[in-house]
Design a protein around this ligand. Structure first.
Ligand code: NAD
Length: 279
């Protein structure tokens, strides 16, 4: 793709996509439609960046979205055409940025919700503010971005894939880890509740949008080696595969859900946890 990064406005960087011919079939032949566009939130983070890189390799023009300005550097590293600063908890911001992405590209085929925060404070010490922060970034943010992607764009297009990154914490009531300083680090009540909410929200949306040609699925990673887990020790003896997962392994699952092979898959939670919750 012949691209030149340009500034559309102060909020969003886009590339000029030269030429009118759609992209040829992707090297991996995942079923990405020619010229397809994907948006990934939390794309400056470990898992989000890996997902953005994988979808780029799959042939999507990817818009990397994150509350951190580092997202623009990640875009350059990956060689993706778009990036924008976005706060997923702000409904106006979400609607504006997704509309800008769609205006710049003419379409939105895949939305991946990967933005998240995680607190690890104890039951006794968790403040209302801490609890609500994780509810807002993980759960409200997922709702707002899915809503803005479907209405009006995906509904009008008659197609779309919504892929939400949940967590095993949303299925098990949180998983334990020990921080290097010896303190306990089980994922907190707000985080575990938010991720449980993401799982059921994903199913709820699946029932709403399936007849519109849109699917809604979740991926539930176990502990993955990123900044979120850095400095925390996990008991890998409890994980049948015996190690933490990698961001690329989560990205593989997202790639499959976005691709042709998952056309009739709707409302599932795909565990990428080395067997932690299944075996
Ligand atoms: N790392 C793990 O072990 C693990 C396990 C299960 C699920 N997850 C989930 O995977 C996702 C990515 O996690 P990660 O490990 O890459 O973490 P990370 O901290 O590296 O990335 C999270 C990203 O979300 C962004 N973000 C936070 N608040 C935001 C907001 N309001 N608006 C937009 N962006 C915001 C951050 O800037 C960051 O770039 C999260 O949803 C996380 O809960 C991670």
């Amino acid at each position: 793709m012949n691209q030149q990064a340009v500034t559309l406005n102060e909020r969003i960087l886009v590339s000029t996509l030269r030429g009118t011919e759609p992209e040829p079939a992707t090297p991996r032949d995942t079923g990405a439609p020619a010229g397809a566009v994907a948006a990934v939130t939390g794309a400056a983070g470990g898992i989000g960046a890996a997902i953005a890189a994988r979808l780029t390799a799959d042939g999507y023009a990817v818009a990397l979205l994150d509350i951190s300005d580092a997202v623009h550097l990640t875009r350059d590293d990956i060689g993706a055409p778009l990036s924008a600063r976005l706060d997923v908890t702000d409904r106006e911001d979400v609607q504006h940025v997704l509309a800008e992405v769609i205006k710049a590209t003419g379409r939105l085929d895949v939305l991946v919700n990967c933005a998240g925060t995680a607190h690890r404070s104890s039951f006794a010490d968790t403040s209302a503010q801490e609890f609500l922060r994780d509810i807002n970034t993980n759960l409200l943010g997922t709702f707002l971005t899915c809503q803005a992607a479907v209405f009006p764009h995906m509904r009008a297009a008659g197609r779309g894939r919504l892929i939400n990154i949940a967590s095993v914490s949303g299925k098990t009531g949180g998983i334990g880890s020990v921080h290097a300083d010896g303190s306990g680090g089980r994922s907190g009540a707000g985080y575990a509740s938010a991720k449980a909410g993401v799982i059921n929200l994903t199913r709820w949306i699946a029932r709403e949008v399936g007849h519109l040609g849109i699917t809604s699925n979740a991926v539930a990673p176990g502990p993955i080696a990123t900044a979120m887990t850095d400095g925390h020790h996990y008991d890998t003896a409890n994980i049948p595969i015996g190690r933490l997962g990698t961001p690329e392994e989560v990205a593989d699952a997202v790639s499959w859900l976005a691709g042709r092979g998952a056309g009739y898959v709707n409302g599932i939670v795909l565990d990428v946890d080395g067997g932690l919750t299944r075996a």
